[in-house]
Design a protein around this ligand. Structure first.
Ligand code: ADQ
Length: 460
């Protein structure tokens, strides 16, 4: 059996539960097939040389973890600059937030070249290589330039925007050409796949060969939609373990007279946090039966704090939440509980389970796993309701959620009210359908489908 090589910006020890569903799923495959997980070590060397970085290797059971340090200049240009200052905003349709600084691109190329140089000697001829996400788009091309002949697949966790948006990146054609060095390009949704198909034909003059094979730049690549799922069984087990149960009991006691609404995400402008808080305010105004009752718990984990766009968002959110509490709050009722922090993964299911309504309302999201985790953690006898943005990749699968347009404040308030008022029977039937979906299309299904498609892809 071929060995699996996973490459992603960050590497997680698959034996640690805190690593999360993706690490569990990939770790599972790495453990069975035996494998290597390669990426950045997370270490930044203050006075290091650009394009250089030490390689570290460590055994984690059956898996080798190989990581590379980055110097401060490369970290700033590759990670904060090109990956998160250009590709992240553009992929989330936010051209207004993109910073097209020429220096960033050089660092992005440099780091991908550095990774290729360190990775190549670790490879075996029959390895299957699976590269993840927007940080590493050119890695296959760099590996091919050094002579790598292995099958290489790519999975993009973020959305792929339409041609006219993508084309704003000065190096868009270079990036697209780099994607043709892969044998398979996996995207999250049908919408992303359509955008890919349209872009390569309109912009790169690719020929569509059928079955989502495209030929351009003298190479053939296959593309496909592979919506990522969660490990439902692992999450259900977490839900019934002590930490989550304790969390549930504590919250249940504390908020016994309230209807809880919950938002959980990284503090990121793609997640639609200010829009959600404004919709909650509209709910309180329009439907005063919720006063003294509905309580929004918003947990926003710190993320990319070194970037200005993120600091601005933090301030906006704090002031919106403060204003609602000031305007509507009572001595014994605080409408919004806002926390800028991480919740331990083991306790998160308890929080999901206590919520009557989950507000998962990103302005744009590749998939959104919080929506799926919320479903997995519900009590079948008394399930909560999922309010989901139509602009999350998950909306293509989770049709029985209440879908909303996060830009429509009033419409969102109406839907939240409907969720709060939903009779038990309707909650149960929606929950069952959603659970069936996340079970059938879980993270193991995703991984097997991708790897089977990669093994079957015709090369050329
Ligand atoms: P993210 O943008 O990080 O992922 P998401 O899919 O929601 O978004 O995954 C977040 C994970 O982090 C979930 O497992 C969640 O439980 C956890 N998490 C979020 N906030 C937390 C908090 N405050 N405390 C503790 N845990 C928290 C990217 C893409 C998504 C895509 C995933 C996977 O942006 O669109 O779904 O990758 O492909």
């Amino acid at each position: 059996m071929s060995r699996l090589v996973v490459v992603s910006n960050r590497v997680a020890d698959p034996r640690k539960a805190a690593a999360g569903g993706l690490a569990v799923a990939l770790g599972d495959a790495l453990n069975t097939m035996g494998g290597l997980w390669f990426g950045w070590s997370g270490v930044v060397i203050a006075d290091g040389t650009p394009g250089d970085g030490a390689l570290h290797q460590q055994k984690a059971g059956n898996v080798t973890l190989a990581t590379v340090d980055l110097c401060a200049e490369d970290h700033a240009g590759y990670y904060l600059g090109y990956s998160n200052g250009v590709l992240w905003p553009v992929c989330h349709y936010r051209l207004d937030l993109a910073r097209f600084d020429a220096g960033y691109f050089g660092a992005y190329q440099r780091v991908n070249r550095l990774f290729a140089r360190h990775l190549l000697p670790l490879l075996r001829s029959d390895d299957i290589i699976w590269i993840h996400d927007y940080h590493l788009i050119p890695l296959a091309d760099e590996l091919r330039a050094l002579g790598a002949k292995q099958r290489i697949g790519f999975f993009l966790h973020v959305p792929l925007p339409p041609q006219q948006v993508l084309a704003a990146i000065p190096q868009h054609e270079w990036l697209m050409r780099a994607l043709f060095a892969y044998d398979l390009v996996g995207l999250q949704s049908q919408a992303d796949l359509q955008n890919f198909s349209h872009y390569v034909q309109a912009e790169a003059g690719a020929e569509a060969l059928g079955d989502h094979y495209y030929r351009a730049f003298d190479r053939t690549v296959q593309a496909g939609a592979f919506p990522i799922g969660i490990d439902v069984d692992e999450f259900a087990a977490l839900t019934h373990a002590k930490d989550a149960r304790d969390m549930y009991e504590r919250m249940k006691g504390e908020y016994s007279r309230r209807q809880l609404l919950l938002g959980v995400e990284r503090l990121d402008y793609s997640k639609g946090l200010p829009q959600r808080v404004r919709a909650f305010k509209a709910l309180l105004k329009k439907y005063p039966d919720n006063l003294r009752s509905a309580t929004l718990i918003q947990i926003a984990a710190p993320s990319r704090e070194a970037m200005d766009t993120y600091t601005g968002l933090l301030q906006e959110l704090e002031s919106l939440c403060g204003a609602i509490n000031g305007d509507f709050g009572e001595l014994d009722w605080m409408p919004v509980r806002y926390m800028h922090r991480n919740v331990a993964r083991k306790r998160l299911p308890g929080l999901y389970r206590v919520a009557r309504v989950a507000l998962v309302t990103p302005l744009r999201d590749g998939m959104n796993l919080v929506a799926k985790e919320f479903i997995a953690a519900q009590d079948p006898a008394d399930p909560g309701v999922l309010v989901l943005s139509r602009f999350a990749g998950a909306a293509e699968q989770l049709e029985q959620a209440l879908l909303v347009n996060p830009y429509d404040t009033d419409g969102m308030a109406d839907t939240i009210q409907r969720a709060l008022q939903m009779p038990l029977q309707e909650r149960q039937s929606r929950y069952q359908a959603l659970l069936n979906n996340i079970r059938a299309q879980d993270v193991h299904w995703w991984r097997k489908r991708f790897l089977a498609a990669l093994a079957a892809a015709t090369r050329g």
